[in-house]
Structure formats: structure tokens, C-alpha cells
Design a protein around this ligand. Sequence first.
Ligand code: FAD
Length: 183
Amino acid sequence: SKHGSSSRNASTVLEKTPKGIVLGKDGKPCRVCTTFRDWTKQERKKQHGVTEAVGTFSAAALNSASTSSIPQAPQECPPDVEQLGRATWTFLHTMAAYYPEVPSYEQQRSMKSFLTTFSQFYPCDPCAEHFRDEMRKKPPRVESRWALGRWICEMHNLVNEQLGKEIFDCDKIDERWKDGPKD
Ligand code: FAD
């Protein structure tokens, strides 16, 4: 595949067309793989050129995006790659925070199976493919709440690193995702 292990960096910092659009595995523009900013830029160009539209952003959303002051997709819009990412990490870290301290064999098996299924259906396909690659190299740790939280933190840090974001201190996951700051 074009996002094979030899192009790991390119698959994390998603491969874009010159206009910033990320393509899905069907070769078509993938809305949920692209940032709202890049997607609306393309939509505006299309509207001016008057060809058929790929998406259906409301006129209000397009207008606000055209001011270039809206860095994120408005609430009522389908998620972009960043919104989906934030919502998903929130879910994954929170799930790990409330996973049993000492999970049964059955719970460990279910969690492994969930993570495998998750990596097959995550809707930003190039993101999912990269996640599957990393999972093969570093299989999920499901033997305890601590181990799972750590593993997800480390997976998230791999993406952070590739995107040039700050590396998160994995000793702070309970404070961030379960207990809140100490006073
Ligand atoms: P996010 O990275 O979404 O993080 C949300 C919050 O989590 C942060 O504000 C911080 O408080 C906390 N946090 C940060 N790091 C950690 C950590 N290591 N452990 C615990 N908590 C942490 N985007 C791409 O452009 N390319 C990709 O290939 C890609 N792959 C992804 C794969 C998956 C499985 C997911 C869920 C998302 C992926 N994303 C990808 C999206 C990307 O990771 C971000 O979610 C998105 O860029 C928005 O970033 P953000 O700065 O808002 O914070």
C-alpha cells in the first residue's frame, strides 16, 4: 500500500494534495482526514469555479471560514481530522483510566479485540493505517489499568512526535484523565 512502513513519516504527517486535501484509500478527497481550514478553502474555490461540491458545509460555515479567523470546524459541521482526533483520544484515555486495576482474562481479551477492531474502523484511514503499523510493533498492554493507560499514552505520543506536538508526560495521565489537578 502507498502508506506502507517505508513511508511511515508521510503517513503520519498525512500526505496532502497541493491544496492540503488528504485522500482516502479510494483515492478520493477524505473530509475526515483533512483539516476544516483546508477543506473549506477547497470548497470556496469550487463554489467560485461552480463545479459540483464534494461536501455540504452550510453557507454560514463557509462564510465564517472565508474570514480565515476560524481555526476549527463549527460545532454543527461534520468533524475534521483534528476534532475527530481530540474526541477519540478523550475517549481512549478515559476508557483506560476506568479500566479495571486487575482485569479478568475475559476483559483483557475483549480489550485487545476492541483495539484491533478500533484500528480497522477509525474513519481517517491514513491515521488508522499508521496506528495499525505502530500496534504491530508495540502490541497493546492490557494486563492492568496502569499498563493500558501507559500504552495508549505512548501511542498518542508517537503521533504527537510525528506532528511536532509536545510530548505528554505519561506519569500525569491520572491527573489529566481521572483525578484532575491536585488543588
Ligand atoms: P490531541 O493530540 O488530540 O490531544 C488531546 C489532549 O490530550 C491534549 O490537549 C492533552 O491534554 C492530552 N494528551 C496529549 N498527548 C497525550 C498523551 N500522550 N497521553 C495522554 N494525554 C495526552 N492526525 C494527523 O494529522 N495524522 C495522523 O496520522 C493522525 N493519527 C491519529 C491516530 C489516532 C488513533 C487518533 C485518535 C488521532 C490521530 N490524529 C492524526 C489526530 C491527532 O492526534 C490530534 O488529535 C489532532 O491533531 C488534534 O490535536 P490537539 O493538539 O487538539 O490534541
